[in-house]
Design a protein around this ligand. Structure first.
Ligand SMILES: NC(=O)c1ccc[n+]([C@@H]2O[C@H](COP(=O)([O-])OP(=O)(O)OC[C@H]3O[C@@H](n4cnc5c(N)ncnc54)[C@H](O)[C@@H]3O)[C@@H](O)[C@H]2O)c1
Length: 81
């Protein structure tokens, strides 16, 4: 299953990324990297996910995050933190 996690560089999001990786999920992260978000929170798993810096309020960023490495016809779930 493919999942887009927004806020995935934050406290809850980055822990949830690790949790889902253990279950074999393929993960795209969209995060604006505000004061609360840090790429270091994803240390050790960055090679296993697609990370995109962007804003969930920007439709172009969301579009990019959805399409990145996802075949156009595939379904995905969106989890937002
Ligand atoms: N060690 C700890 O116990 C600890 C550490 C950090 C946070 N917390 C607590 O955990 C709770 C929730 O943490 P959280 O992970 O939900 O919040 P968070 O603020 O840690 O993470 C939110 C994430 O969303 C991202 N983000 C914000 N606006 C965005 C936007 N417009 N588009 C894309 N990304 C955006 C941020 O960059 C960040 O990575 C809070 O109560 C916080 O105080 C605890």
């Amino acid at each position: 299953m493919k999942v887009l996690i927004t806020g995935g560089a934050g406290f809850i999001g980055s822990n949830f990324v690790r949790y889902l990786l253990n279950y074999g999920y393929r993960i795209n992260v969209l995060d604006k990297l505000t004061y609360a978000g840090r790429k270091e929170n994803l240390k050790g798993v960055l090679k296993e996910i697609n990370f995109l810096r962007g804003d969930i309020t920007n439709p172009k960023d969301v579009d990019k995050a959805i399409k990145r490495k996802f075949p156009s016809q595939s379904q995905f779930s969106l989890l937002s933190f």
